[in-house]
Design a binder for this molecule. Structure first.
Ligand code: GDP
Length: 204
């Protein structure tokens, strides 16, 4: 990692490693990627998981929203914040660039141990999310789906929505953890999963 300048964000726990429009450098640490439609709550989820407000702010600065933003967490693993997809008004060129970036990343990233795909619990399962999940499966990378904004539903609505998501996307119970960045539900279960991924215990 010698050529990379780390920018410390929260004491020594978290460091920003850079924004990449293509070929992020190899870091030789277990990597966890986060993907989801724009506005799904990806930044809020990353912040909540890291217990920090700093990481997502960095990814949202102009010029970085269409890039892969890399963060080192406790010198133990890397979080890759992938560009949000599904912007309605994005030109075809940009969409093609995004596809190439993500497909290249998923197929070539040697230290990638898990892809976390966030979906909004209030929306019907979306084709773009199904495509993303299909790519992750094709690349044989372990997958975790986080239905997020769970705090917005009642208990009954939540149970039925989560089971629909599991069924539609072909996910096991372990691969789908109900989550809320607002009230923090799901965070311990997510860390269990991340720790197993970092230890190389999950299969794609
Ligand atoms: P991103 O574009 O995917 O990074 O989404 P953001 O994290 O910026 O969130 C988009 C909007 O959803 C913001 O207004 C957040 O406050 C809101 N949001 C994100 N996560 C949650 C959640 O778990 N619960 C609720 N109620 N709102 C959320």
């Amino acid at each position: 990692m010698s050529q990379i300048k780390k920018k410390l964000l929260a004491g020594s726990r978290l460091a920003f490693l850079g924004s990449y429009m293509e070929n992020p450098p190899r870091l030789r640490l277990p990597e966890i990627a986060f993907a989801g439609r724009s506005n799904v709550g990806k930044s809020s989820a990353i912040n909540r998981i890291l217990d920090s407000t700093k990481a997502a702010r960095v990814s949202k600065t102009p010029g970085r929203t269409q890039a892969i933003n890399l963060f080192e967490v406790e010198e133990r693993c890397v979080f890759a914040d992938l560009p949000g997809y599904g912007f309605a008004k994005v030109p075809e060129e940009v969409k093609k660039g995004w596809h190439a970036l993500i497909e290249g990343y998923l197929s070539e990233r040697e230290d990638l141990r898990l892809v976390v795909v966030l979906v909004d619990i209030r929306r019907k399962p979306q084709q773009l999310d199904a495509d993303m999940i299909w790519w992750v499966r094709q690349a044989r990378i372990p997958l975790l789906c986080l239905p997020t904004k769970m705090d917005k539903l009642t208990r009954n609505q939540a149970m039925s929505a989560v089971s629909k998501i599991r069924k539609n996307f072909g996910l096991s119970n372990e691969e789908c953890i109900p989550f809320s960045a607002q009230d923090g539900r799901g965070v311990p279960e997510v860390w269990d999963c991340l720790n197993r991924a970092i230890a190389g215990e999950l299969e794609g």
